[in-house]
Ligand binder design. Structure first.
Ligand SMILES: *[C@@H]1O[C@H](CO)[C@@H](O)[C@H](O)[C@H]1NC(C)=O
Ligand SMILES: *[C@@H]1O[C@H](CO)[C@@H](O)[C@H](O)[C@H]1NC(C)=O
Ligand SMILES: *[C@@H]1O[C@H](CO)[C@@H](O)[C@H](O)[C@H]1NC(C)=O
Ligand SMILES: *[C@@H]1O[C@H](CO)[C@@H](O)[C@H](O)[C@H]1NC(C)=O
Ligand SMILES: *[C@@H]1O[C@H](CO)[C@@H](O)[C@H](O)[C@H]1NC(C)=O
Ligand SMILES: *[C@@H]1O[C@H](CO)[C@@H](O)[C@H](O)[C@H]1NC(C)=O
Ligand SMILES: *[C@@H]1O[C@H](CO)[C@@H](O)[C@H](O)[C@H]1NC(C)=O
Ligand SMILES: *[C@@H]1O[C@H](CO)[C@@H](O)[C@H](O)[C@H]1NC(C)=O
Ligand SMILES: *[C@@H]1O[C@H](CO)[C@@H](O)[C@H](O)[C@H]1NC(C)=O
Length: 315
């Protein structure tokens, strides 16, 4: 009997050791010890950071901060997105000015074993119409919307809370005082616009009209790192298309700042039409332009299939 128990103990230890050595991902270690001590990286059922995402690179900062120095190589990549012809010194001077007005470091909730940072990423697809996803979206801690996406009048399907709204000058809308304005920058003018549109008014022109003033809380402004845009384009999209769409950036951003990601409002509706939830389809041949739309969609589907995120296909 005693020998049997010893044998069992031995077998259990041996299994433990082989599990221990078969994992080559340091981030999995906490899971193994979780029987003795609660060292899970988050309080969700499953934590994103424990997943092995090939494309994931934790050392790439998603947001700019006052102390961050963009490499000239990343600047040279970024300046081609919308034909920036001003130089790196001008970029740096403009960004320095930006952080004199806005918070010098982004407010991000750090991972912790006692919280579950659950996020809803809400795209603008017409497949949200009639979905009744509102309560499910509002239930998450972080709710990321983008561009012209609004909630008023559509609360039942899209919810009414927004913690982060990703935009660029040409897609800007007014925000309420509790929402983080997240700038997706494509050119130096976009930083100048952000500074002016929230202070004295912006007077410049772009490839389409831009609002000279917007309403948003200056203390909650965050700016996406151009180096992160490059990382997403190279690692996640294999350099397909010219640059990632706002929608795809939002999903990858969520993978970096959340423990659990729920994706709503992406892709075509049930009739195969691409339109926004707030409008009737005008152009039946609407495509995704310079973005590698189909490839982006496939990557998101793959992430859903292997349970990295949860995808809600709508109505
Ligand atoms: C899921 O798919 C993504 C995207 O291809 C990949 O990076 C990740 O490693 C996969 N995760 C699992 C658990 O297979
Ligand atoms: C991650 O990003 C850093 C900084 O950009 C880079 O030096 C490093 O090579 C990247 N790692 C991988 C595995 O791509
Ligand atoms: C960058 O552009 C500014 C404004 O056009 C100019 O004054 C400056 O000399 C340029 N700097 C470099 C390093 O080329
Ligand atoms: C770890 O502890 C936190 C609270 O400290 C709790 O919310 C969480 O559910 C615990 N996780 C596990 C796996 O026991
Ligand atoms: C959102 O909806 C909930 C429930 O319907 C309501 O209690 C809450 O006041 C609304 N919040 C906002 C900001 O409209
Ligand atoms: C918005 O929030 C800031 C703090 O972040 C506060 O100083 C300001 O008074 C608020 N404005 C309104 C209109 O509530
Ligand atoms: C924008 O705001 C500034 C400062 O409040 C104001 O002087 C300017 O007239 C506004 N511009 C427009 C078009 O409303
Ligand atoms: C705005 O632009 C117009 C025309 O380019 C110019 O006349 C005007 O002085 C500018 N206003 C400001 C406040 O810069
Ligand atoms: C979707 O497209 C089909 C044919 O392409 C069209 O008949 C239908 O009216 C469209 N649906 C909406 C909601 O626009």
């Amino acid at each position: 009997m005693i020998t049997n128990r010893k044998l069992l103990t031995f077998l259990l230890c041996a299994t433990g050791i082989s599990v221990f050595f078969s994992t080559h991902d340091r981030r999995r270690f906490p899971k193994i010890f979780s029987l003795q001590q609660n060292t899970s990286v988050c309080a969700c059922e499953k934590c994103l950071s424990e997943d092995e995402l090939l494309e994931f690179n934790e050392t790439v900062e998603p947001f700019l901060s006052a102390n961050f120095r963009l490499s000239e190589d990343d600047f040279d990549w970024w300046k081609n997105l919308q034909d920036e012809n001003r130089n790196f010194s001008t970029y740096r001077a403009t960004v320095d000015m930006l952080f004199k007005i806005f918070p010098p470091s982004p407010k991000i909730t750090e991972p912790s074993p006692d919280r579950c940072r659950s996020c809803a990423v809400v795209g603008n697809s017409g497949n949200l119409k009639g979905s009744h996803y509102g309560p499910l979206i509002d239930f998450q801690d972080v709710i990321i919307r983008m561009n012209a996406g609004q909630t008023k009048g559509y609360e039942v399907d899209v919810g009414n809370r927004t913690t982060h709204h990703i935009m660029y000058p040409e897609s800007a809308i007014d925000l309420d005082n509790t929402t983080h304005l997240v700038l997706f920058p494509f050119k130096i003018m976009d930083f100048e616009w952000l500074i002016k549109a929230l202070t004295t008014g912006f007077n410049g022109t772009s490839y389409m009209p831009v609002k000279s003033n917007i309403t948003a809380n200056k203390d909650l402004v965050m700016v996406i790192n151009p180096g992160f845009i490059r990382h997403v384009h190279e690692m996640w999209l294999q350099n397909k298309g010219k640059y990632p769409s706002t929608g795809f950036m939002a999903v990858v951003l969520a993978l970096h700042i959340c423990d659990e990601v729920h994706v709503f409002g992406y892709g075509a509706d049930n009739d195969g039409n691409w339109s926004h939830y707030w409008e009737k389809l005008k152009d039946k041949n609407l495509k995704t332009g310079i973005h590698p739309g189909h490839f982006e969609y496939e990557v998101i589907q793959q992430l859903a299939e292997n349970h990295t995120l949860k995808f809600y296909s709508g109505w």
